[in-house]
Design a protein around this ligand. Sequence first.
Ligand SMILES: [Zn+2]
Length: 350
Amino acid sequence: MSYVFFDLEWNQGYPRSEAEKIDEIIQIGAYRLHDWQDSGDAFSAWVKPGIHKKLHHQVKKLVPLEQADFKHAKPFRRVAGEFFRWCGQDARFFTWGTCDARVLDTNLCWYGMEEYLDLEIYDLQRAFDLLVLETVNQTSLEAAVTALGLDAELPYHDAGNDARYTALIGRELVRRFGRLPGEEELDRLEAQLREQLRLQAMEAADRDIHTLLEVEHPVMARKCGAFASEAEGLKSRSARIYHCPSCDNLLCGGNWYQVGIHYVSRSRCAEHGRYFGVMSFHEERFERVQGTLRVYPEDLLPDDLFRLCRQGGKRIEVNQMPRKRHRSGSGRFKGFRRKKAAGEGKNVRQ
Ligand SMILES: [Zn+2]
């Protein structure tokens, strides 16, 4: 058994056709450990470009190499063959992120080497993100090396060096956590983490909304309703449509985010910027609810509030709320509803 950490550098074309969009591997780098205490050995080779003859200017900026470096490079089929022979029969594969696996697959297919498409490749970045930083964001290789306090004297964006860094991270994760979690365990960790982040966001948003309502004066406030339900109130025009407090532009709030007992939506005046509507309900007589809409301009809100509402709140889509119930006998709507019902009937028959 060996653990092979690999990294690829690739070039892209200037897309004039589909074929120009393909990411072409120009370097394969790998680092192999025979066990988790092993000091390891390295593989690195340039690939002679066969699809894009010129280096893309963005690749030039990132990868420290010149057109001349390809003079003695071998074509992809030979380099890939040597690489897989070097890996051996019982290798387990690791990369940083999922891009390298995608690019490898495309290149293997392009050159008709589908026999290597069945590789199982472990995404070490995901394990690092969930175990070490407890984040759902994708950490760069460089940031991960720094976070783990590993030696970083080699330049990045060389496939050989990046593969070595990936191996060092893998070894460090095993040292710290005993082993690398499997895919199902990573899925579970990620679900837990997302739920935890959602609850944190909701608590923070709830706190900020209460402070906002207590401390700041809205630029506009009005009563809406009464309604048969909160859902009906949120859908109502009186809750969603209002004038910009600075001009006469008509604004419309988008989807609502429920945070605790309040609902928040966002609108925008082309001239005066963003506004936020906060809707709160209280019970009225006869099992009906009345709403209060308060509108605040962006600069009165804590910076992060709407992001927190979106992350932690329950999204209530304005287009998916139940249709307003109409009293029988309101002729204009009856006709409209009948037409729609007839249309639905047709669909069912088909
Ligand atoms: Zn305005």
